[in-house]
Design a protein around this ligand. Sequence first.
Ligand code: NAD
Length: 492
Amino acid sequence: MTISEHPVIGEERLLIDGELRRARSGRTFEVVNPATEEVIGVVADGGPDDLDDAITAARRAFDDSSWATDVELRVRGLRQLQSAFLAHADEIRAMTVAETGSPLSLTYSAQLDAPVDSLGWVADLAEGYQWETDLGDAAPLGIPSHRWVRREPTGVVGAITPWNVPHQINLAKLGPALAAGNTVVLKPAPDTPWCATVLGRLIAEETDIPPGVVNIVASSEHTVGALLSSDPRVDQISFTGSTATGKRVMISAADTLKKVFLELGGKSAFVILDDADLRGACATAAFTVCTHAGQGCAITTRLLVPRHQFDEAVESTAKVLSKLPAGDPTDPGTICGPLISARQRDRVEGYIALAGEEHGTIVTGGGRPDGMERGYFVEPTLIVGVDNSARVAQEEIFGPVLVVIPHDGDDHAVALANDSAYGLSGSVWSADRERAIRVTDRIRTGTVGINGGLWFSPDMPFGGYKQSGVGRESGVAGFEEYLETKSIAEPA
Ligand code: NAD
């Protein structure tokens, strides 16, 4: 059976205190396929009272059960969750393509299989983790003492997630938070609730994860996320989304001084040095910005090329972009699917229009693809003629839009790459490895790929400098974001 023949099976119910249930209000909201604009189902519309139930359950599960101290139960629960995903992989894959508009090909990596794989990695980490470190005897302030340091879960974690790679982001929060011994209230984006509610069903029906440990509250209202971040019973907020919302989350969490972990936006640079394989680099830059229609925070969206190679780079990049048209995400060959919503398409088209106002030129793309009457598609678009201070070069567009800017050598390329409020990711290309590393080391971002090397992996920390975030997701650093540190001493 092909993916388009597979029935799309969502999950209407929230998960609260171990129960799969409707919203208290009885309300639901629609789930829309962004490639067809069809309503494919509904989901319970959680409100403040459902959120209150969820936080109460998470608090009780943390304070009054053995979850926080039972590593074996946690590891078992995570492995069961991974097995449940694998057992329903075809069904979840079809649902994910229908709900997110993600190209099918991407579900075999970051959109589904990689995050499911990461559950195994984090279970292994928890199993072998050194929860206590003995620091031996010392006589601080003249008092002989035996000391040790213990790592403990933070408590109740509020996880707030966006729509672009929902399984990746839901599981990159849930996996380590649970492995560390926390309980969780997950509030997914209104555009992709099923990726979260299906996860809730797997947890309730196919794992030993106790009631209250994971609670999933889908909602059409962003205010539910705001309530979660201000609630005094929540110890930590783990947020992924736009920088503007991240700032609001930090403010609303400030009153109760929660730990706040933020993964935010980006405007990452793809730096080509003058000795690089120009065509290979340009092809990679074009391919990257088309992936999932550019809806990835770490996608490189500013292409910095040597001034004397500018025309050749533009021609080469435009040629590849024009061969990667936006198309049906269920087609295994599609790289660039639709944008998530009409609102998001309006936003991307607004930026393409802005490029003209900023005296930029559209070399290829700029419109909607021919023959696609339905769906929120935008053509892969290349903008030239603006400098790095233009809004289209500074602001996150979150669409298949690449801006090309000339540079005058390595120092200038580094200055341009760093001339951004963001600091999430980047790419450096050079035939000389040492030179590429020197440039990489000067770029102020949380991740950088050299000559196409990929940093995305469960054991690699991911996150942003500057306004791209606070803290790290994934890797040991990501796991430890969900831990407190307790220092203990007794008389020696
Ligand atoms: P968004 O900021 O609008 O929403 C993200 C989540 O926050 C949603 O669940 C939303 O309901 C919730 N929310 C909205 N207002 C809130 C508030 N005041 N308080 C608490 N929660 C609130 O982002 P989006 O449009 O869903 O996603 C796109 C953005 O996410 C892009 O800017 C992208 O760069 C960013 N993103 C970052 C990463 C990363 O890891 N750095 C990953 C994916 C997406």
